[in-house]
Design a protein around this ligand. Structure first.
Ligand code: DX5
Ligand code: ZN
Length: 217
């Protein structure tokens, strides 16, 4: 499967979201990556249901919702109702990740598990059979525009090994600090989905940047 590009709307212009969404709709972007932060799991607060509902009405593309919230199990149904196609929860944030991931799938959404840069890949062993996607954070979550943590490359290889060993059909997404310089090494390492916020929205030509990220081979 050729890799996908998922722009993170955290770096979009919230005073004129319609314009950025129209740009994304016309671009080669595959998914919309939506970062939900609660100010507890991460030291920042972003947006919630009303914004996701509005975005759902403005695009047919897949909504990839990244929950940086504690006790995500409390809100799964509402995120699904708001329009999420994929719901990813942090391993560090859920008391019973296996149950939470099963609930996401029961709601007919795809289920993703996310780990922070400081969380070792081997902790995924107990949950990876439950998921459609693993999301590796390549920055500490909370803010857009941070620098990519190089140690992520080794973790990508470890996740790919785990997927191969267990013979699973699991996608691998990487999120944080991705730019046109480091993206080729991620694609070559087998990453299926590149998330990019700042690189796309701070660009003078965001849809060209999306095209460039998509054209990596
Ligand atoms: C970080 C978020 C990311 C972030 C990516 O907490 O999960 O999705 O917005 O933004 P960049 O690409 O700017 O690092
Ligand atoms: Zn994210």
């Amino acid at each position: 499967m050729p890799h996908l590009v998922a722009p993170s709307l955290l770096s979009a212009n919230f005073l004129n979201l319609e314009k950025d969404i129209a740009m994304l709709n016309q671009s080669e972007a595959d998914w919309f990556h939506l970062d939900v932060m609660d100010g507890v799991f991460v030291p920042n607060i972003s947006f919630g249901f009303p914004i996701i509902e509005k975005i759902r009405k403005a695009t047919h593309k897949i909504l990839d919702v990244h929950l940086m919230i504690v006790e995500p199990e409390r809100y799964l149904e509402r995120f699904k109702k708001a329009g999420a196609d994929i719901i990813s929860i942090h391993l560090e944030a859920s008391r019973n990740p296996v149950d939470t991931l099963r609930t996401i799938k029961k709601l007919q959404a795809k289920a993703g598990i996310v780990i922070n840069p400081g969380t070792p890949v081997n902790l995924l062993t107990d949950v990876i059979r439950e998921v459609d996607m693993v999301l590796l954070m390549s920055v500490n979550p909370g803010f857009g525009g941070q620098s990519f943590i190089p140690g992520t490359i080794k973790k990508i290889e470890e996740v790919k090994d785990m997927i191969r060993t267990f013979q699973l059909d699991v996608m691998l997404e990487v999120d944080g600090g991705i730019d046109l310089q480091n993206a080729p090494s991620l694609v070559h390492a087998g990453v299926d989905i590149l998330v990019a916020g700042n690189t796309i929205f701070a660009s003078t030509d965001p849809s060209l940047t999306i095209h460039q990220l998509k054209s990596i081979c």
